[in-house]
Write a protein that binds this ligand. Structure first.
Ligand code: NAD
Length: 251
């Protein structure tokens, strides 16, 4: 893992109680940033904080449901309260529910509320704080389903296409004010989210076969892309949906 020299910087990660969020929180800490770990899972968040502290890093946990504006405001305030500033934000919390009826009303509202509105609420609060200190970098988690269609999962696909659009908006909105906004678009990654679907060996085999690199991705491979996007090494990169998918969308 590369150390990007983020000593004295502060990162906020939503959905950091497991999977891609936890791996990224650990990667920010590895580069020296203090981390505001946030999730609806208090247990998962506490475990991430413990893992960061065990590797000698600094982290605090703040419970936050990203679909709730008041909780998002409190989360961003908690980062400033704990560490005095905010430099990087990874808006990653998301859900991918498999429902019997793919046009289920409740699933639509939940998916859009968490995956898309949640990203907007976070970006809005984070930018306000970053603008006060001269800028920062924001990365939103979309998906390859944010770039290409999917015959099932209309809510997930629409929410992730929305995240890509919101990312491009943010990049343009704050380009001259020092905030870069990018997205990461993972392919199928081995996390608790994909575990249920991949428990079936036939489903796993199908995913491996349709992926040109012949395997699923690891959370740390997304974390590496996110921390790079936030680092000064990516200082001229903004508005990019960065695909990390083992070649799935190269066809
Ligand atoms: P995960 O389920 O392991 O982690 C998601 C985390 O988000 C969990 O800790 C969960 O508690 C939290 N969360 C759920 N609802 C929340 C809410 N309302 N507010 C705050 N936190 C909430 O999943 P993951 O695979 O690590 O997914 C992270 C992101 O990556 C998601 O946005 C997902 O859509 C995206 N993604 C995942 C894959 C994959 O294959 N795993 C592929 C493409 C995109």
């Amino acid at each position: 893992m590369i150390n990007y020299g983020m000593d004295g910087k502060v990162a906020l990660v939503t959905g950091a109680g497991g999977g891609i969020g936890r791996a990224t929180a650990l990667a920010f800490a590895h580069s020296g940033a203090a981390v505001l770990v946030s999730d609806v899972s208090d247990e998962g968040g506490a475990e991430t904080v413990a893992q960061i502290e065990a590797q000698g890093g600094k982290a605090v946990f703040q419970h936050c449901d990203v679909s709730d504006g008041a909780q998002v405001k409190a989360m961003v305030a908690a980062a400033v309260e704990a560490f005095g500033r905010l430099d990087y934000a990874f808006n990653n919390a998301g859900i991918n529910r498999i429902t019997a009826n793919e046009y289920d009303d409740e699933n639509w509202d939940l998916s859009i509320g968490i995956n898309l509105t949640g990203v907007m609420l976070c970006m809005r609060e984070e930018a306000e704080v970053m603008l006060k200190s001269g800028g920062g970098a924001i990365v939103n988690t979309a998906s390859i389903n944010g770039l290409v269609g999917n015959p099932t999962q209309p809510a997930y696909t629409a929410s992730k296409h929305g995240v890509v659009g919101l990312t491009r908006h943010g990049a343009l909105r704050w380009a001259r004010e020092g905030i870069r906004v990018n997205a990461v678009c993972p392919g199928v990654i081995e996390t608790p989210m994909s575990a249920q679907a991949m428990a079936d060996p036939a489903a796993r085999k199908m995913i491996e076969e349709m992926t040109p690199m012949g395997r699923m991705g690891q959370a740390a491979e997304i974390a590496g892309a996110v921390v790079w996007l936030c680092s000064d090494e990516a200082s001229f990169v903004t508005g990019l949906p960065l695909v990390v998918d083992g070649g799935v969308t190269a066809f």
